[in-house]
Each structure stands twice: as C-alpha cells, then as structure tokens.
Design a protein around this ligand. Structure first.
Ligand SMILES: [Fe+2]
Length: 248
C-alpha cells in the first residue's frame, strides 16, 4: 500500500478525535494528553522506513473468523485502510507457552503494522491488528506501554482492575489503557477485531496476574525473536506494584 504511514496517522487520528465511550486517566486532560501521545507517535511514522513482510500460514482463528470480521467492519477511514492492507498482513498467535491452554493461544492473534515487525519500521510506536476469538478471556495483565484499542468489528469487554465491572466497547469505540494499568479482555458469543497502538515505554514485558491458593502472583511474558510472547519468570505480586497498577 502506498503512503501507509500517512494514511494510518490520518485515519487513527480521526478515530480517536471523538470522545471515548469510557475515558481513562486521572481526568479528561490526562486522557487527552495520552491520546495526543499516540497520535503524535503515529505522525512520526514514515513510509521511508518500510520492510518486506512475509505473510506466512494463516492461524486457525484467522481462517475461522477473519472474513466475517472484515466484512462487518464499521464504515470508517480506519476500516477502509485495514481492508486495503488485509492481503499484506502477517498474522500469528500472540502467546505460546505450556502454562496456558491451547484454546487461549489460538484465540488471540495479531498482525503487526508498525514497530519491530510489520511494514513500518519504528522503535517508538507499535501498531497492528488484534483478533480475539469468541469466548476468549485474556487474563489480567499490565505492561509499561500506553495502549489504545479501536474496535473495528464485534465487541469486547475490557476491565481495568481486579474489582471493577467491564467496560463494553464495540465497533467505532476505543479504549485507552494507561501505562501499567492492570486490565483484562473478554469476548462473548462473537469474535472481535481491533486495531491497536502501543507508545511510551515499549519494554519487552507483559505481566499477567493470577491468584493461586489465595496468593497473588505475576508472570512476566517476553517476546521471542519471532514476536511470540513466552513465559520468562514468575514472582509474588508486591504491594508496590499493586499501588501503581490502577487496581483500586
Ligand atoms: Fe494490554
């Protein structure tokens, strides 16, 4: 696709120019500053820095749900861009480790657009597509990157913190997850297609939280050379981490 960086910036900026269904951050100014950080990062992507991407084999979830999700996308510039880009995307399963179920590994797939993978080379902004299969629960996790999800097709519940009710976002809505905010995602009977950005601290870590026999732990996932996240280590979930996780 010609002018991918320019088109992505313009379409994403338009998508997040409307008020979020569920604003995040300390207040509206804080929310707006985080949106601006994302849009400014997109503006710095350049078509001068392109790489070739091998498409590879389609993961099972793409074969099952991709065509219908593509067909049902909301009518927006971002959706048109994704439709044009679709044949050039390399999809793969995001998480792979013996400690999680095969259904969970197969239920979460991604196709990078910018970053360390994807067509647009960038060290400061990761973007791409994210597909969740029906009845998939992406467990509580936190990462230092600021994350925006814009839903293109379907819907998903996103929960910030262990004790809050999920926020339902559907096609045309976006969510903003501040750095280190602990969050989970859950789909219902339908799959969901999202376009996402990660900006800020892009450290190679994604911490999953889980409770074992009444004790909260967190597991560090790290990307391998192919981009797949693998379990690296596990530790007790400390009060200092909880205090900075937006859990309350
Ligand atoms: Fe996340």
């Amino acid at each position: 696709m010609q002018d991918l960086a320019k088109k992505l910036h313009a379409a994403f900026a338009e998508a997040v120019a409307r008020p979020a269904t569920h604003p995040s951050g300390k207040n509206q100014d804080d929310h707006n500053a985080m949106v601006k950080q994302c849009v400014d990062g997109l503006a710095r992507l350049s078509d001068d820095h392109r790489r070739h991407v091998d498409i590879g084999a389609a993961p099972d979830a793409l074969t099952r749900y991709g065509a219908a999700l593509l067909d049902q996308m909301i009518d927006s510039d971002l959706a048109h861009l994704v439709a044009d880009l679709w044949p050039e995307l390399h999809w793969y399963e995001i998480f792979s480790d013996p400690s999680i179920s095969e259904a969970l590994s197969r239920g979460l797939i991604t196709a990078p657009i910018s970053g360390t993978r994807g067509q647009l080379v960038s060290g400061e902004l990761l973007s791409g597509l994210f597909l969740l299969a029906p009845h998939t629960h992406y467990p509580l996790h936190q990462h230092p990157a600021l994350e925006i999800y814009y839903v293109l097709s379907g819907e998903v519940g996103i929960c910030h913190g262990r004790n809050k009710s999920p926020m339902q976002i559907k096609a045309g809505d976006y969510s903003l997850t501040p750095p280190n905010q602990v969050h989970s995602l859950t789909t219902g009977d339908s799959p969901c297609l999202i376009i996402f950005t990660w900006t800020g601290d892009l450290a190679n870590e994604n911490w999953w939280w889980d409770e074992q026999d009444g004790i909260w732990m967190r597991t560090c996932w790290q990307r391998d050379a192919k981009g797949t996240w693998k379990v690296a280590r596990k530790e007790h979930l400390g009060d200092d981490v909880i205090a900075h996780s937006g859990d309350a």
